[in-house]
Design a protein around this ligand. Structure first.
Ligand SMILES: O=C(O)C(=O)Cc1ccccc1
Length: 310
């Protein structure tokens, strides 16, 4: 129902995951019902099927880059829109069921394993590393006695009564993960002056300079590109789509014009949403002639020429 704020939220569970911690940063989610699901595709399907209003899924982190299963899940299937982002600082602990358990295997979410790999190699070189669907699922497996040790959040360990044998086992000092709140399509919220627009573009592979012309559509309108990432389309070897995060909002003239330009030069464009940027990074100043008021002035000028010739 348009205009009704989301009230049922899916997240990658079980409880105690970083996704739950990120979801709890959103006031609407704190007022609503939060529902743990066991995988990222399940979270996105719950939105597509109408079982929930929105889902919070991890998008990228500072050590490992993007979460491919989320990127692929956003473009395969019925359209979904990102309506908010949450940037969450993450710290990891190494936990066991009891202090006497030998740490010969450590399980966690693939991105948590990747973010702790050097530490684990240094301190437990003999341990094998295993991947499960989330850090909190890893903690549950340790609590059940299915796995000997896990990397998870301090909260997930505490909730399950695990023994923490090391804290801050991440390889980066300022590790953070960016999460996306995803809903079924609808009108974007109003611009805040510090927004992100996410897109996927498909370029024509038989045209020289196809990617350059994508970047040109942005740069000539003063649109700052904050992330670009390629993913195989799955059609055949060598076919890639490009995920773009741009500074700006679809309802702003510069970004709107850039979108129209991309529509003209790309084989296809999928709009993934315009939403407020989370975190400390403010917008970079627009180049001369490409600020919001410059676009508004140019529109007024052209309208005058068309209507009155001057
Ligand atoms: O597994 C979790 O807790 C998640 O929410 C995914 C994740 C994994 C590692 C870092 C950040 C998010």
């Amino acid at each position: 129902m348009p205009g009704v704020p989301p009230s049922r939220f899916a997240y990658l569970g079980p409880p105690g995951s970083f996704s739950e911690a990120a979801l709890r940063r959103l006031p609407a989610a704190r007022r609503g019902t939060t529902i743990p699901v066991s995988s990222i595709p399940d979270a996105l399907d719950a939105v597509r099927d109408g079982d929930v209003d929105a889902a919070l899924v991890p998008l990228e982190n500072s050590q490992e880059g993007s979460v491919p299963v989320t990127l692929d899940g956003l473009v395969d299937g019925a359209p979904l829109l990102i309506t908010a982002e949450v940037v969450l600082p993450v710290t990891f602990v190494l936990a066991v069921a009891s202090k006497s358990t030998p740490v010969d295997r450590v399980v966690s979410h693939p991105h948590a394993i990747a973010q702790c790999r050097s530490w684990l190699r240094r301190h437990y070189p003999q341990a094998t590393l295993g991947e499960v669907l989330s850090t909190s699922a890893a903690a549950t497996a340790v609590a059940n006695g299915t796995e000997p040790a896990c990397v998870c959040s301090p909260l997930a360990a505490e909730q399950r009564g695990l023994t923490v044998i090391a804290t801050d086992v991440g390889d980066g000092d300022r590790a953070a993960t960016r999460f996306a709140l995803v809903s079924r399509p609808g009108p974007a919220g109003p611009p805040t002056g510090n927004d992100v627009t996410s897109l996927v573009v498909y370029i024509s592979h038989d045209k020289v300079g196809a990617l350059e012309s994508v970047l040109t559509q942005l740069s000539v309108r003063g649109v700052n590109l904050t992330r670009i990432e390629s993913r195989p389309t799955g059609e055949r070897l060598g076919r890639y789509s490009f995920y773009l995060d741009c500074a700006g909002h679809i309802n702003e003239p510069g970004l709107g014009e850039a979108l129209m330009g991309l529509r003209r030069v790309c084989a296809d464009v999928r709009f993934l949403g315009s939403y407020p940027r989370d975190g400390d990074d403010g917008p970079v100043p627009a180049p001369i002639g490409l600020a919001r008021h410059d676009f508004a002035d140019a529109v007024t000028w052209l309208r005058g020429l068309r209507e009155a010739g001057a």
